[in-house]
Write a protein that binds this ligand. Structure first.
Ligand SMILES: [Zn+2]
Ligand SMILES: [Zn+2]
Length: 428
């Protein structure tokens, strides 16, 4: 460990916004960059984090494979090749998501497949509780409980210990157990605050309600569409149905198949890889339009991307099932404003280029969040040892202000910051 002082945090993204994560730790002009993600605006144009000079990078850490954490990282590999680490599962899944992003957004991006390959071919895989030295920095990955393979990063430099939780969850779900951050000694924690003003219902109750609703629809001869992201949420639903002994046909459509195979190849990162293997075995994999029509003909469940019904195969099934009162459309993730999913929930209508019809299918939203709620955030901070400073990132400003107040009330000795993008925090 080198001498103290002169350590700075720079918020390059996820300051008072959800997503576009990018946090730099700077010491003597060298930088460890944790995540470099994108958000998308209403026109699907990528929004990049603030600039960082790639040649100043000592190390890049990718905490998990969601695009809001990795989607800008290949741009760092256009002119140089900084060192990069992630868990082996994160690195493998990232390739699929970045290729998919290029397929959908290629002309609007500043990098292409070559940068993705340059980035991943030189990447170093690191397990949980393993450390890597880079210049004056020592970086350790820790189990963050968000999705399989996801990590928090602990940076030790200049006499400071900085924990960046990245996206995290405190509870056990089918695919992964809650984070293992308790007891970690840190002075500064940079913590996500996605659900800064919300409490999730108990997971077990949600799972029970979901399963009963599915059974209700299929036992009356209906088909249930579960629009779900192909990374983690789709597999979570597969495992849930398997564990409950669901006896009807289930179909998976989209990238979920490839991602499931990557998950199974890294079974040690799963809470119960046998459950996922059994669940995957039960799936009918959609291989073309004939299968899509077949899937719609019988009572059962179709798990298809995208989760907010914004394009992808789920939009096709939704178009077929929306006016069918025997069918179910069960949303299992957050529905952003201006998505067909949100429109269905708020206005009860299905709209596409040719028609606008009321949704007659049973429509329900289930909270299967993979992020801690505000109680989980406070519990996480409380569980750490030696914390002096809390930096809230990856959240909506209104909720963050409330959460900051709550933390100050419950843990009065802590300094609580809610930085903007571009802000610098000097640690001393
Ligand atoms: Zn995120
Ligand atoms: Zn995430």
């Amino acid at each position: 460990m080198s001498e103290s002082g002169n350590v700075k945090l720079r918020i390059l993204g996820s300051g008072r916004e959800v997503g576009r994560a990018a946090i730099a730790v700077e010491h003597k002009g060298r930088i460890v960059l944790m995540d470099y993600g994108v958000n998308f605006d209403e026109n699907e144009m990528p929004l990049y984090p603030l600039h960082v000079r790639p040649k100043d990078l000592e190390l890049v850490v990718l905490t998990h494979s969601h695009l809001d954490h990795i989607g800008a990282a290949p741009a760092l590999f256009l002119s140089t090749r900084p060192r990069l680490v992630g868990t082996p599962l994160t690195l493998d899944v990232s390739r699929y998501l970045l290729y998919d992003m290029i397929k959908l957004n290629g002309p609007n991006l500043i990098f292409d497949e070559k940068s993705v390959n340059d980035m991943l071919s030189s990447a170093e895989a690191l397990g949980y509780e393993q450390s890597i030295e880079a210049g004056d920095f020592e970086v350790t990955l820790m189990h963050s409980g968000h999705i399989p393979g996801s990590a928090s990063a602990l940076v030790d430099v200049g006499g400071h210990r900085i924990l960046y939780t990245s996206d995290m969850n405190t509870i056990d779900v089918k695919l992964t157990s809650g984070h293992k951050l308790a007891g970690t000694k840190v002075d500064t924690v940079v913590i996500e605050s996605t659900y800064s003003n919300m409490i999730h219902p108990p997971r077990e109750r949600m799972e029970k309600e979901f399963y009963e609703s599915v059974m209700d629809v299929v036992s009356k001869g209906g088909t249930v569409l579960v629009p779900a992201f192909s990374v983690a949420r789709g597999q979570e639903i597969m495992c849930l149905l398997e564990e409950k002994g669901f006896g009807y046909p289930t179909w998976i459509d989209g990238m979920i198949r490839s991602i499931t195979e990557v998950y199974l190849a890294h079974g040690s990162f799963l809470r119960d890889s046998r459950l996922l293997a059994k669940a995957y075995n039960e799936q009918n994999v959609v291989k073309g339009w004939g299968d899509r029509r077949r899937a719609l003909k019988e009572p059962g469940v179709i798990i298809a991307s995208a989760g907010m019904l914004k394009g992808g195969p789920s939009l096709y099934y939704y178009g077929k099932l929306a006016s069918n009162e025997r069918a179910g459309v069960f949303l299992v993730s957050y529905q952003a404003p201006n998505t067909p999913g949100r429109q269905a929930l708020e206005e009860g209508i299905f709209v596409n280029e040719t028609r606008k019809v009321p949704v007659r299918a049973r429509l329900q939203l289930f909270d299967f969040s993979s992020h801690a709620d505000w109680k989980g955030v406070i519990e996480t901070i409380r569980g750490l040892s030696g914390v002096q400073r809390v930096v809230l990132v990856h959240g909506e400003p209104d909720g963050q202000a409330l959460l900051a107040e709550r933390i100050r009330r419950e843990l009065p000795n802590l300094e609580v910051l809610v930085p903007n993008n571009g802000d610098e925090i000097v640690l001393d």
